[in-house]
Every structure is written in C-alpha cells, then in structure tokens.
Design a protein around this ligand. Structure first.
Ligand SMILES: Nc1ncnc2c1ncn2[C@@H]1O[C@H](COP(=O)(O)OP(=O)(O)OP(=O)(O)O)[C@@H](O)[C@H]1O
Ligand SMILES: [Mg+2]
Length: 242
C-alpha cells in the first residue's frame, strides 16, 4: 500500500525539537543497473512547505517512494521524525470501494479511525462519503487521496503530482486546502508538482532534481528570480532586470 501511516519514527540525537521532519543524506537508488538517484541530500523542517521540481524521469517519485519505504535505497540515510503520509502519483485509490472506506484504509492499523477530522479539513468529502471512488472526477479523487493520507494524522504529507490531469480551477482549490493544512495545523508539506509556479507559490523553499541529482535549492522567491530556473520551470525568463 502506498500510504504509509506508520513510517519509522526516529527521534535522533537530541530529540525532535526544531529538527527536520525529513532528513535525507547521500541517497542512492538503483533499479537494476540504472541509477535513479545519485547521492541526493535534502531536508524538510517542522511545519515547512517544500517543493520538489524537475523534469520527467528526474527521480522525484523515486525519492518519495524511498521516503515511504516503497523502494529500498542502495545507500544513504533517510530520517523521518514523526509520521509521513504519502499521496502517490496517480492517486491509487481503491475504485470499487466507497470514499469513506478509502479514507479508513489510510488509518489502517490505528485505533483512531474517525474520518470526522478529515471531513473538517476537506468538507467536500463528506457529501461524497458513500460514492464509489471510481465514479468521482479526477479532482475529487485527488481530494480523497489527500484525505486518505490525512487519516494517518501526519507530521508531514508528501504529495506526488498534485495537479496531474486536473483543471486549473480544481488545482487551485486543492492547493488552498494544502496551504490551510500547512498554515493552520502546522503539517509540513513536500510538494512534487509539474506546475512550478504553483509549487513556488505554495512553498517557501524548493529543490530542483535533474537526472537523479539535486542541482539547485533555495528560497522559492530567489529561485523564481533566477533566469535559469525561471526559463526551465516557470515557462520563460523572469522578464525582470537582474
Ligand atoms: N520501477 C522501476 N523500474 C525501473 N526503472 C524505474 C522504475 N521506476 C522509475 N524508474 C526509472 O527511474 C527514473 C526516475 O523515475 P521517477 O518515476 O522517479 O521520475 P519522476 O521524476 O517522478 O518523473 P515524472 O515527472 O515523469 O513522474 C526514470 O528513468 C524511470 O524510468
Ligand atoms: Mg513521478
């Protein structure tokens, strides 16, 4: 299952106060002879919203899949302090099950399986609770996938391709939910997003992954001012004088 409610808890030396919720160092992942991640390091602080952008095949999904234990690294370290929940690329709902049953799967193994807190964050889901997941629109399905991840009461939520296949208006709505979750509940967000403009708008820091390596990182505001990043990921140069 892609959603991982109970990922390894590692308080690390000195305890969890103020330390990164995700800390990855020198991560290498291989698929057979092919190297998908070639020594990747990055971190997400408590309550931070961090974007991960990069072209197709860069290794973004591989990275989150490694975080949630779906792929096993060849070397390097992954530390997750608290709970990580993963909204996988393509949502991966159980189409024949109801929305609410999909949500309950996100709380698998927990004693606390009340969906009410998730309905409070994503009120649209309440009205869809009895509907079959397969019968929903793409945007509704993405909301269910996010809701399922929230059932784990995560300290950090990793969303792989929030906007994939969705109309801009739908994406704006989902992004607002993520923003509120981050701002009001302090849930850290790792956002993988083809639309770098949206990602930079939602997040304070970003990393750029290309061909399995982190090539640039920094504050989104600064990255957006860099012509190189703007040209590659924001659809043209900044148009501003340096
Ligand atoms: N299960 C797998 N077996 C073999 N190779 C894989 C597997 N999954 C991914 N790869 C390869 O690893 C590289 C990174 O893939 P990954 O899916 O992590 O990229 P991505 O950045 O998420 O791309 P996209 O933007 O298209 O989702 C690609 O070259 C891909 O073909
Ligand atoms: Mg991917």
């Amino acid at each position: 299952m892609s959603n991982v409610p109970e990922t390894a808890v590692d308080s690390g030396p000195g305890g969890p106060h103020g330390e990164s919720v995700i800390e990855v160092a020198d991560l290498v992942v291989r698929y057979g002879a092919a190297t998908a991640l070639q020594g990747v390091s990055f971190s997400v602080g408590p309550g931070e919203a961090v974007a991960l952008v990069g072209p197709n095949g860069a290794g973004k999904s591989t990275l989150v899949n490694a975080l949630s234990g779906i792929v096993r690294p060849a070397s390097g370290t992954i530390r997750i302090r608290g709970r990580l929940a993963h909204v996988p690329e393509g949502r991966q709902l159980f189409g024949e099950l109801s929305v609410e049953d999909n949500l309950l799967i996100g709380a698998w193994g927990r004693s606390d399986r009340d969906p009410a807190p998730v309905y409070a964050v994503l009120p649209e889901l309440r009205g869809l609770a009895r509907r079959k997941a397969a019968a929903l629109s793409g945007g509704q399905q993405q909301m269910v996938a996010i809701g399922r991840a929230l059932m784990a009461r995560p300290d950090v939520i990793a969303v792989d391709e929030l906007s994939l296949g969705l109309a801009p208006k739908v994406v704006t709505g989902l992004a607002a939910h993520l923003r509120a979750l981050n701002a009001e509940r302090g849930t850290a967000v790792l956002l993988i997003e083809q639309n770098a403009r949206l990602a930079f708008d939602l997040c304070s820091r970003a990393y750029v992954l290309e061909a399995g390596r982190m090539v640039v990182s920094g504050a989104c505001e600064e990255l957006a001012r860099s012509n190189e990043v703007a040209r590659a990921y924001l659809g043209g140069g900044t148009g501003e004088e340096p």
